[in-house]
Every structure is written in structure tokens, then in C-alpha cells.
Write a protein that binds this ligand. Structure first.
Ligand SMILES: [Zn+2]
Length: 216
């Protein structure tokens, strides 16, 4: 912990992301127990693409992710990051990669929301792993899209088509990349981003998400 962090911890002691009580680890023991059955880091594959996620998108976790995204609860990134960096299986998985890239939002959207929820978590994960470099100047969102959750499966794929572009291509040449997003539903966003990162010359791209939604 650096000086600024210790001062901040003194002024704003960490609180449990679920119940709001003061606690050391951003989630209190009682709440950790409550979400235990949903906390199941998994690594699955689609063809040759690996996907690591830690929750099923349901119950209290779903509620918290929605608050994190849409209700100005930026501070929840700390709790969500802990779920990744404190898990051995996830850490072992992350060791195979060089760079972590968050799924971006447009500048306009970030200005409106005040933060990009995927950036906060991806940055925190990189800070706590030795091998991962955090880069948010590679994958750029170039056009505004409709909110994916308001669309059907086919529309989601059309919605994200050509919505992203790559900059600073040389930085990802022959690198193993982790693409970070909050929720994986149909995979439309992740797969579109994965595709253009690969086209730009990356060696591999794996997906890392907080949750996977099994309903769609
Ligand atoms: Zn709690």
C-alpha cells in the first residue's frame, strides 16, 4: 500500500460491497458466505477461445453488477476485483497472458457515467498480478451502440458490428491478451472485440468476465 492509499484507507475504511458494513477485505464474512454458492470460477472454451468467469449472472451478484454499472456505485470495483485476484484458479489462468484490455465505452458514454466499469476492474487486476500490463489505448469504441440487454440475440451481433477499432497495433503483436468485460451473455461484444484484436496480430485472446448469463 502506498502513502496515498493508506491515507485513503484511514479516511474511507473499506466497506463490504454487499451490505455496506466496514470490513477489511471489501466483503464481510457474512456476505462472503451468502454468495459462496454463486462464487464458482470456471474456465470454459468456445472453439479455441478460453473464457474464465466467476459468477453466474443471478441473485445478489446480478443486482450488484447492475448497481455498479448503472447506479453510480463505482466503489464496487474493489470488491469485484478481489474476487479475481484472491482466487488461485483465476490467478493461474491469468499467468498465461501478457496484457489485459477492458471492453471500452465511447468517450461520450464515459463522460456521462463518470467511469468505465470494465476499466476500473481490469486496471486493479493488472495492479495485483506481476505479468499483466493494463492497456486501454488499444481497443477503442468508435460508435455508440444500443444497450445490448435491450436487444435480442441476432440484433446484438448486428449492434456491435464495426463498433470497435484497434489503435497502437504494434503493442499487441504476438502477445497473449485477456479481454475483460463485466457480463457475458450472447458473447456478441466479446467475440467482436476478440476478432479484431486477433486480426491486429495478437497471438491469442482469452475472455475474462465477472459473470456469465445462462438465460439467453
Ligand atoms: Zn457484508
Amino acid at each position: 500500500m502506498n502513502f496515498l492509499e493508506s491515507v485513503l484507507t484511514f479516511i474511507f475504511p473499506p466497506t463490504c460491497g454487499i451490505c455496506g458494513k466496514e470490513t477489511e477485505n471489501y466483503i464481510c464474512k457474512a456476505c462472503a458466505k451468502k454468495i459462496q454458492e454463486n462464487y464458482m470460477p470456471q474456465i470454459i472454451t468456445y472453439g479455441n477461445i478460453k473464457h474464465c468467469y466467476i459468477f453466474q449472472y443471478e441473485g445478489i451478484i446480478r443486482e450488484k453488477i447492475l448497481q455498479y454499472k448503472f447506479k453510480d456505485k463505482a466503489y464496487l470495483y474493489k470488491m469485484f476485483s478481489e474476487f479475481f485476484i484472491k482466487n488461485e484458479k483465476v490467478c493461474r489462468f491469468l499467468k498465461n497472458y501478457d496484457i489485459i484490455i477492458p471492453v471500452p465505452m465511447t468517450k461520450k458514454k464515459i463522460a456521462k457515467r463518470g467511469y468505465n466499469q470494465t476499466e476500473l476492474i481490469a486496471k486493479e487486476i493488472a495492479k495485483n498480478t506481476e505479468n499483466l500490463e493494463y492497456l486501454n489505448n488499444i481497443l477503442i469504441k468508435q460508435k455508440e451502440t444500443n444497450i445490448q440487454s435491450t436487444l435480442g440475440k441476432k440484433e446484438r451481433f448486428n449492434n456491435v458490428k464495426n463498433a470497435y477499432k484497434i489503435q497502437n497495433m504494434q503493442k499487441i503483436k504476438e502477445k497473449n491478451i485477456i479481454l475483460f468485460d463485466d457480463i457475458y451473455t450472447t458473447g456478441a461484444t466479446c467475440m467482436e472485440c476478440q476478432k479484431i484484436i486477433m486480426q491486429a496480430g495478437a497471438k491469442s485472446v482469452a475472455l475474462l468476465t465477472l459473470a456469465k448469463d445462462f438465460e439467453k
